[in-house]
Write a protein that binds this ligand. Sequence first.
Ligand code: SF4
Ligand code: MG
Length: 481
Amino acid sequence: MCFVGAVAFQEGEVAFALRKVARKGEHRSHKSAGMVTYDHDLALPHIVRGLGMATEVFTPEGLEELKGRIGLAHLRWATAGGLERANIHPLSGNFQGKPFFLVHNGEISFRRALERQFATYQPEVTSDTKFFCALIETSGEGNFEDALRYALRIVKGTYSLIVLYENTIYAVRDVTENRPLYIGTKEGVVCIGSETLIFRSLGIHPRQVKEIRGGQLAIVHGADLSIEWKTFEGPSDIARIPRLCLIEVVYSMHPANITYGRTVQTLRERLGWQLAQTWRPQADIVVGVPDSGVAAGKGFSKGSGIPYEEALIRYHQSGRIFYSRVDERRDMYDIKYDPVIEKLEGQRVVLIDDTIFASETIRAVIEIVLEAGAKEVHIGIPAPMIVAPCFYGTPTSSEHRRLIAKDHGGDQQRILEEIGAPFGGRVKSLTFLPLGDVKQAVVDTKPMVDGYGDITTRNFCDACFLGGKRHIPVDADGYTM
Ligand code: SF4
Ligand code: MG
């Protein structure tokens, strides 16, 4: 779950614009950040890379050095390859004596074969993304676009990929459309990135933004900012069917993002409303767990008639706990959430959260709410249970994080018992929204942007909810978290 971005200007330097854009993508990763700009006058790239958040790595002093009207930025949450400095994007390679740079969100499957083929290539880099570089370098093709196409014919897996070679940007989204990617333009500016909320920071109205669809290649020429739209085939055995990551929709994306023409906030309200159609616990108030449970909480309140209360406030300097070490997390929950005691005392509370990965977040929230004086709680999750790890680039589980639904074989009663164990019977019920209802609710959400009428319930990846690796073939042998 990374952030990729690119900016090209007709006039002026892009480094500070890339910083702005990257800061808007920081909810997607805090681990490392990198930027490259291309100085056309000197035919020289300028690079900055480091561990930490965009604001820490992209310092104003450092960016003064990054000349150029075109560039890329990346924020990394590693799902393949560790956090070592060598793995920080942009990664780079060499084509016909000139460097190219590449930022990637997603995960390459069938890596064992590529690892064998390129055993000696950039040995210090363990990020799967390096195989794009290796394939481009060794393609034997006469021009860069053909070399990139060669790599795209071979690589299987998920990617939203942006490449910079000389004064040109190549932006592609794999044929399964699994990872988001958008492009927006205005006079003298082209911007590309993982979420639509970045565009407003450059004065591009979100309604003017469109998705780069699966199998599309957008080539942005730095000289005049013209965009060539092309398609590519991808590997012959990968079906060209959009399968957008459903976890992106219910959890990862910023609520202001627009995906498949639908605002994520509206879509999550709809999910909460949908949950209320089949589940009505005896309760006095509904509380959404901030931030991503709030929209669904409000939707649930509308659907159920149980009043919504902002009884849990998020302290915004706390960051996303998902990215923290397990042993640090309990303290971080206390920092992150503040109960509004007056609203909770004596109340029967429905807590709505976006998803449950392990059980620690929801347990911590229950504890905070009960300690604040709530009488009892019910837990509503407007998403299905996650019963399998992701092989496509979302860090839903790792050796440090279990999946509670997987451990209990998807048995809702056992999950409730584990979550409620420390609270002496005060956690009264737990429910999830079935997969079919989630997809239908997303499709039924009215688009605010035209052009996505073709989206159906088939167009979402659901592998981690089903426990299978169904849509995009994965070589389990080649998979390393
Ligand atoms: Fe997203 Fe789950 Fe599919 Fe991974 S398996 S891409 S997290 S829906
Ligand atoms: Mg949350």
